[in-house]
Design a protein. Sequence first.
Length: 177
Amino acid sequence: MKAIALISTLTFLAIFGTILITNGLFQSAVNDLTLALNSEEDNSDEAAEKMIFVNLAAQRDRLQRESESVIALQSTYEVEEKLLAEREEKITALIVELGKAQAAVNSGNDAQAVKLSKVYEAMKPASAAPILSSLDMDIVLQILSNMKDRQAAKILSAMNPALAAEISTRMSARGHG
């Protein structure tokens, strides 16, 4: 989306710049004509007309080249815009695929946590507490949140009070318990 806005802005600036340059070139042609009309001492009317036509021809050629350059830039921007749109579609498709894969992984992790919760629920709290205390905090939170509240409370009471307080705080922050 940012790239499309950038391309649009650059196209606008290129066109606007061409207009400003064109305006400046025509202004210089008018100035040349005015100078030619005012300087009759050294130049004849024919020489002045010839100088004006030469200047106008040069400006016309320059404007033509700039116009062709703007058209080429615009074509390039359109091609780039199409490529960006295609890449955006690919990225969106990859994000969808990633979301599906993440959901599958989460589903597997949740199933594993439920299985482990049942194992630790079957254990005596005094035996389960030291084992859970040595596990990663996220795993402990998953296991305890899948347990029955009464069994989780017994295990927490068998743990080190500081660790039990931290687990309780994190479970509360997650909306469990």
